[in-house]
Write a protein that binds this ligand. Structure first.
Ligand code: GSH
Length: 218
């Protein structure tokens, strides 16, 4: 099998890394991990060895380098794991829309409630703009579950890239204790309880590095 390596940041903080990592784990791909500590004097130089953008995650596949979390997921789905998108074209189109919306948006939520998997800060970071982001995310989840979710516990039934894209949001909702309605809460629990997600959370809990949480608003 060809060589597949995912370069990631600290598991506790690197929400973009979690997205690609979870998609690849759920696809049962055999890959190596290289973890680069964020926020050190060597971080930029170390990441630049692998990633032209100077950011993680970056996927190394033979001679290819693919950066940007969503592009990595797309590449993996196209080359190795087509099951990462729903097979129905309409469901797939909406899965792509909500994945792109997550990748490009929700800046207020990301800034005010940064991912910090192992910490608990109930209520911290909430303000009207964050609440507006949360309301839209819940609207997406409820719509996808009710329209496309019949075949399983995830947004489009079976696990897809869309679920990977929202996984760090679910971690934030746990850290900041964001209340959810029954449909959204059941969905968030399904992602949270995935063995791969639990592995990531365990490994995050074992990390010792501390980055001031507001610094990594990603
Ligand atoms: N849009 C990018 C965002 C990647 C990103 O911002 N990664 C952060 C870590 S979560 C990073 O590499 N930071 C490096 C640095 O700040 O030096 C993606 O989707 O992959």
């Amino acid at each position: 099998m060809s060589q597949l390596t995912l370069v990631i940041g600290n598991k506790n903080y690197s929400s973009w890394s979690l997205r690609s990592w979870l998609a690849m784990k759920q696809a049962r791909l055999d890959f190596q991990e290289v973890r680069i500590l964020l926020d050190t004097h060597k971080t930029h130089q170390e990441i630049r060895q692998y990633s032209p953008s100077g950011r993680v995650p970056v996927l190394l596949h033979d001679k290819m380098r693919i950066w940007e979390s969503l592009a990595i997921c797309e590449y993996v789905a196209e080359t190795l794991a087509p099951q990462l998108w729903p097979s129905d074209p309409n469901a797939k189109a909406v899965a792509r829309s909500v994945s792109a919306e997550m990748h490009a948006g929700f800046a207020d939520l990301r800034r005010s409630m940064p991912m910090d998997c192992r910490s608990r800060f109930p209520g911290m970071g909430m303000n009207p703009s964050v609440q507006a982001d949360i309301n839209r995310i819940i609207e997406i989840w409820r719509h996808c579950r009710q329209t496309f979710g019949q075949g399983g516990d995830f947004l489009f039934g079976d696990f897809s890239i869309a679920d990977a894209m929202f996984a760090p949001v679910i971690s934030r909702f746990v850290t900041y204790d964001v209340p959810l309605d029954p449909i959204s809460g059941a969905y968030a629990r399904a992602v949270w309880e995935l063995p791969a997600m639990q592995d990531w959370l365990y490994e995050a809990s074992q990390e010792v590095e501390v980055i001031p949480s507001f610094f990594y608003a990603t």
